[in-house]
Design a protein around this ligand. Structure first.
Ligand code: SAM
Ligand code: DTB
Ligand code: SF4
Length: 339
């Protein structure tokens, strides 16, 4: 079947020397998604190489510091108290245990350590403990990242004062589709947290999930919203839904792998300076699909056997993949990962 001719707006999209933009129209973003696959990948590679070392990938390790029993109803999430996923809830970890995990992540080759907590928003006494964890992560020689739910401006400032580098808070999907997935907090709540995080001087990690049952239009709107923020997030995680039995989204259909790669490529084009993270969902991706994602401009991964509560490729598999593709771990001499 002949492909539709790309929208004329496609000729106006970012070239290597174009300024960073925050005024993307929906038609422009749609036009990028509609490009022939090879054209889209070529453009994404050009944008990638204009702003990043081409074969270098940033590696973050995740740790769930407080697991499960979350009051929110995010339909994808195994940690919501509303869904029976068989997950054992665990209260906030001890600082010493987090310190050990950070040291192990550093030894394995990660450069950033991201602590996730199943909170709607953190309590004051938890933040005091998390501030100590942040100090421990930095003492281990890692950048620190936290994802703790909604923050007030004061809480964001407290985390900044503790030495936090990045805060992760995802928009997850488009404003239009969001209500189908989460009812216990609004899209505006998320935007408010992102604003508080920026105002505190923290770096922003913000992205979304592909495979929730969203339409192509929703994917375009999500990326457009991210790209039209006053500043682009430094880090943009693109997660492929991990379908966890017991969650309302457990039976969602497969995502077309090429549509997933397109989402990465469009994120790369709209936010050329950001690190685009090939995020959750790698465990059951082939090496070939991951290679396409790197070709499309992904230059960050979660590294280590676990995400928060679900699996991730083991470090040996990632080391082999990097060696086969000639990829280098960011921040490591000659690309050697780990000790
Ligand atoms: N509770 C905090 C919050 O939601 O703001 C922080 C942790 S929460 C687990 C962080 C992100 O993980 C979510 O926003 C979502 O994008 C992602 N996530 C959670 N479950 C997922 C799943 N099953 N598949 C893919 N991504 C998922
Ligand atoms: C992000 O965008 N993905 C990560 C991290 N930020 C916190 C979380 C993925 C979670 C996948 C399901 C789980 O392991 O519980
Ligand atoms: Fe709770 Fe975060 Fe999971 Fe939503 S995504 S249920 S807020 S842990």
């Amino acid at each position: 079947m002949p492909r539709m001719k790309p929208h004329p707006d496609v000729d106006r999209v970012q070239s290597d020397s174009d300024p960073i933009r925050h005024d993307w129209s929906l038609d422009e973003v749609r036009a990028l998604f509609a490009l022939p696959f090879a054209d889209l990948i070529l453009r994404a590679q050009r944008a990638h190489r204009a702003h990043h070392a081409p074969n270098t990938v940033q590696m973050s390790t995740l740790l769930s510091i407080k697991t499960g029993a979350c009051p929110e109803d995010c339909a994808y999430c195994p940690q919501s108290v509303r869904y029976d996923t068989g997950l054992a809830a665990r209260s906030l970890m001890e600082v010493a245990a987090v310190r050990e995990c950070a040291a192990a992540a550093r030894a394995a080759g990660a450069t950033r350590f991201c602590m996730g907590a199943a909170y709607r928003s953190p309590k004051a006494r938890d933040l005091k403990v998390i501030a100590e964890m942040i100090r421990a992560v930095r003492e281990a020689g890692l950048e620190s990242c936290a994802t703790l739910g909604m923050l007030t401006p004061e809480q964001a400032a407290e985390l900044k004062a503790a030495g936090l580098d990045y805060y992760n808070h995802n928009l997850d999907t488009s404003a239009e589709f969001y209500g189908e997935i989460i009812t216990t907090r609004t899209y505006q709540d998320r935007l408010d947290t992102l604003q508080a995080v920026r105002a505190a001087g923290l770096k922003v990690c913000c992205g979304g999930i592909v495979g929730l049952g969203e339409s192509p239009e929703d994917r375009a709107q999500l990326l457009r919203t991210l790209a039209n923020l006053p500043e682009h997030p430094e880090s943009v995680p693109i997660n492929r839904l991990v379908r966890v039995p017991g969650t309302p989204l457990a039976d969602r259909p497969d995502v077309d792998p090429f549509d997933f790669v397109r989402t990465i490529a469009v994120a790369r084009l709209l936010m050329p300076r950001a690190h685009v993270r090939l995020s959750a969902g790698r465990d059951d991706m082939s090496d070939e699909l991951q290679a396409l994602c790197f070709l499309a401009g992904a230059n960050s991964i979660f590294y280590g056997e676990r995400l928060l509560t679900t699996g991730n490729p083991d470090v040996e598999r990632d080391r082999r993949l990097f060696a086969r593709l000639g990829l280098t771990a960011e921040g490591h001499e000659a690309g050697r990962i780990g000790t």
